[in-house]
Design a protein around this ligand. Structure first.
Ligand SMILES: *Cc1c(COP(=O)(O)O)cnc(C)c1O
Length: 457
């Protein structure tokens, strides 16, 4: 049965292109994104190039908002997890929709503030925030701090006391639920660096300490069970577990959970193999579970917060590369190298993430050969796609589009091999806006200082 399904998927996958959002193919066989020819984008802005279909970003944000808006009495917040893709323009786009924003470092917080994002809508995450980062957050008067551990609880109370300032907080808890996803990006289970474990009493102690801290206002709890999740069961199980504790905390400490933040991790379609649910399905299941548990335990329904990252930005991003060298090893495989790789997209090397690609200037040609798309970094593991279908006609100088690279591509980019970071363009209605300029070689060395010279030998 399983075999048949897989064969069927392969047959379908070979026959058509996996396109997202506004992507289409022009009469001359060019990939078009946001009404702009991808080949022209590559020529105008150079490659590698991150291209974002902003209409699709807006659509995804609207889908989340619409799903929640169906519940009239409910209080809710959608916070964009900016670690997925944080630039000034992106944060401004998010702010147009009145979303909240998750930041996990001083750098992300600084970017948000510079983008003019309202501080009161910023949520601060992280398992090892420095004093400097906490002070930056306190100075800006951000909306809420998600406290991850006892050290932070203590530091934050001390800092608030020294400044005679109060701060609203959530406690990040670990419900011991594993999301059905890749091991390296699971965070909801017990053996994780994040959060207060529920089942060993850590979270109980944290609640008590937070309630006693004079300058901290405990609003509720947070959990994030993983990423690229294709089912709703993990969320529902986490919610049920948290509620069993919320009831206990109400009875024992008189604490009312006013906010339940269930994190992000909603799956997206990187390849034909990925079968994500409509975003509204995740929301409907989460809301149903929260309402049911609240009623069953006679607790008031808390505000429900979510933190989508990749499901807002992932599918809207495409990376354009220029095809260069290729190497055919008869009987083994054909390597096709592009002018980027693990420096602009670490995910395949980091956790075997899968992507699909299109030859952007031959999008109408039949993808009749299987090739391995390699990057240009000095690592044998610098492979973007192990098994990619491309047309036989694809050759050096062609433009290759790797799809669905909008999340954790640019934001995880490195300078390995001293590759300058690519530019980022937003495309919509036939227009392209440069939102991050390409780094130059001078940018790469701009913080380098020369060797100190001494006269002695
Ligand atoms: C990474 C992360 C998110 C976003 O995850 P996505 O898979 O991008 O939706 C949300 N909340 C927390 C706490 C995270 O660490």
């Amino acid at each position: 049965m399983h075999f048949h399904k897989k064969a069927e998927r392969e047959r379908i996958g070979k026959g058509r292109l996996l396109l997202h959002g506004t992507q289409t193919v022009s009469s001359e066989g060019h990939l078009v994104i946001g009404g702009v020819d991808a080949v022209e984008l590559a020529h105008e802005f150079g490659t590698p190039l991150y291209v974002y279909d902003t209409a699709l970003i807006r659509e995804r944000i609207r889908q989340f908002k619409t799903a929640f808006a169906a519940y009239k009495e409910l209080e809710w917040q959608v916070a964009y997890a900016s670690k997925a893709f944080s630039t000034i323009a992106m944060i401004q786009l998010v702010n147009e929709f009145g979303l909240s924003l998750d930041v996990v470092s001083g750098g992300e917080l600084y970017t948000a503030l510079k983008a003019g994002f309202p501080a009161e809508n910023i949520h601060f995450h992280g398992n090892n925030k420095s004093d400097d980062e906490l002070v930056l957050a306190l100075d800006a008067k951000i909306g809420i701090d998600i406290v991850d551990n006892f050290y932070e609880l203590e530091r934050l109370e001390e800092l608030c006391a020294s400044r005679d300032q109060k701060m609203e907080i959530l406690l990040r808890v670990t419900p011991g639920v594993e999301a059905h996803t890749h091991e390296f990006i699971m965070t909801g289970h017990d053996d994780t660096k994040f959060g207060f474990n529920l089942d060993n009493g850590m979270a109980d102690r944290a609640v008590l300490l937070a309630l006693k801290a004079p300058h901290l206002i405990l609003k509720g709890v947070h959990c994030h069970i993983g990423s690229q999740i294709f089912e709703t069961e993990g969320f529902v199980r986490a919610i049920r577990i948290i509620f069993s504790y919320a009831e206990k905390w109400k009875d024992a400490y008189g604490f009312t959970m006013r906010v339940l933040n269930v994190g992000g991790g909603f799956g997206i379609k990187y390849t034909e193999e990925d079968l994500p649910l409509p975003l509204s399905k995740y929301i409907d299941s989460i809301v149903a579970a929260v309402c049911e548990e609240s009623r069953a335990r006679s607790l008031s329904i808390p505000a429900i917060w979510i933190e989508p990252g990749r499901s807002i930005i992932g599918e809207s991003g495409t990376t354009l590369y220029t095809v260069g060298a290729s190497k055919n090893i008869p009987g083994i495989r054909k390597y096709v190298a592009v002018d980027g790789g693990m420096a602009d997209n670490i995910r395949p090397a980091l956790y075997q993430a899968h992507y699909a690609a299109i030859c952007a200037n031959r999008a109408k040609d039949v993808a009749d050969q299987s090739v391995t798309i390699a990057g240009k970094c000095c690592e044998n593991g610098d492979v973007l796609i192990k098994e990619s279908r491309l047309p036989e006609s694809c050759r050096s100088g062609d433009i290759l589009a790797v799809l669905c690279t909008g999340a954790y591509g640019y934001s995880m980019a490195s300078h390995y091999n001293r590759l300058p970071n690519p530019a980022v363009v937003f495309v919509e209605n036939g227009e392209a806006d440069l939102v991050v300029r390409r780094e130059t070689y001078d940018d790469l060395i701009s913080n380098d200082l020369p060797l100190k010279t001494y006269s002695a030998h």
